[in-house]
Design a protein around this ligand. Structure first.
Ligand code: ATP
Length: 371
């Protein structure tokens, strides 16, 4: 049982509050991803769990055991870093066996574990080589192997793929997900890459300035972002934002900005009523701006725009459109014919909009846009 639990955990370095009042439970066998921009405190969180950094306050548990004062090597966690730091003069076999030897495992047990891990990772044929005879991806696998042989209660990953090229990263992402399925271990994974977070995590923790902004499944974080920061951080191209206000007129509630005037759907009114007259931010995902007629159209509002920039990706086209003062990115099917400078009427899916208001810019229409 390797549930990992952080209770009111904070970490300060001098004046810097790297992690603030963190409460988080990582379930047994869960793959949890900590994601956020540089400096948000994700690495510090991981290092506190590993024991490489001491929490300034709060409690950290693995299972029922409070581990704040337990030495790193007795925490039963294995860390895989970005720079895999293999011992250059040792064979791959010895690199993987090293930690077990230091822990005085019997030779037969070491051999069994090294070969089992090598089998899982598909590197059995590399065991006699030295690290400089391996590719970057193979070296990363050896680093994983060193962690696997320990049979830890939890794996901690600190940006393990960021040194690899883009193609290999995609491949290793899938391999790590499979490894998680095979080993059924608790895994905590730090990355600044929201695509890695979305594709790998059972749940994602989005952090900013040492604080958790949202914890949820990839689906929840994408479709029900808790606040403006999460909405802008997750998704590529990012969500479009328009600053404006809400106005009640003609028996409806309208979002109005410099260029837009969009009627909210009747079922959205209750959630936003007390913000009428306030400044707020409208969010629309690029895939919710359509070029073509969509059936079941009461929820769609037509908006005239003009095409500014076209980025064809083959499988889809990203189109930057302007309403005059405001710009919006849309994801169009490659079948849609567009050219720069043309007028393009788009259909905005009002059922999938988001509205952010208040000092913490929280999402008023949470629950919208799912399904
Ligand atoms: P990155 O992706 O850049 O590694 P991160 O989200 O992992 O960022 P942390 O490394 O956890 O962020 O750092 C959080 C904050 O704590 C930052 O402001 C950082 O400068 C600060 N910090 C981290 N380690 C130390 C340290 N040893 N001494 C002083 N400040 C530190």
């Amino acid at each position: 049982m390797a549930e990992v639990r952080l209770v009111d955990v904070s970490k300060t370095f001098g004046d810097v509050r790297a992690v603030a009042d963190m409460n988080l439970t990582i379930a047994n066998e869960e793959f949890l991803v900590l994601v956020g921009p540089s400096g948000c405190g994700k690495t510090t969180t991981l290092r506190m769990i590993a024991g490489l950094e001491k929490a300034s306050s709060g409690d950290i548990y693995i299972g029922d055991r409070r581990i704040n004062d337990v030495a790193p090597r007795h925490r039963d966690v294995a860390v895989v870093f970005q720079n895999y730091a293999l011992y250059p003069h040792m064979s791959i076999y010895d690199n993987m066996a090293y930690g077990l030897k230091r822990r005085k495992f019997a030779a037969a047990a070491i051999d069994e574990r090294v070969r089992e891990a090598a089998e899982i990772l598909g590197i059995t044929n590399l065991l006699e080589r030295r690290p400089d005879q391996l590719s970057g991806g193979q070296q990363q696998r050896v680093a994983l192997g060193r962690a696997i042989v320990r049979h830890p209660a939890a794996f901690l990953f600190d940006e393990p793929l960021s040194a690899l090229d883009a193609k290999l990263r995609v491949q290793m992402r899938a391999e790590l997900s499979k490894l998680h399925d095979d080993l059924q271990s608790t895994m905590i994974y730090v990355t600044h890459d929201q695509v890695e977070a979305m594709t790998m995590g059972d749940r994602i923790v989005v952090m900013l300035d040492g604080r958790i902004q949202q914890v949820g499944t990839p689906d929840e974080v994408y479709h029900q972002p808790a606040n403006l920061f999460v909405a802008g951080f997750v998704g590529s191209p990012p969500m479009n934002f328009s600053r404006g206000e809400l106005e009640a007129a003609e028996g409806r509630v309208w979002f109005t900005s410099q260029d837009l005037r969009l009627p909210l759907l009747p079922e959205q009114t209750a959630a936003v009523e007390r913000f009428i007259g306030d400044d707020l931010v409208l969010g629309i995902r690029p895939e919710d701006i359509h070029a073509e007629e969509v059936r079941g159209s009461e929820q769609f509002v037509r908006v005239p725009m003009k095409v500014e920039v076209i980025e064809p990706l083959g499988f889809e086209t990203h189109v930057v459109l302007t309403t005059g003062h405001e710009s919006f990115v849309a994801r169009f099917s490659p079948r849609v014919e567009v050219h720069t400078g043309m007028e393009q009427e788009v259909m905005v899916d009002m059922a999938r909009i988001h509205l952010f208001a208040g000092a913490d810019e929280h999402n008023l229409l949470v629950g919208n846009g799912t399904g």
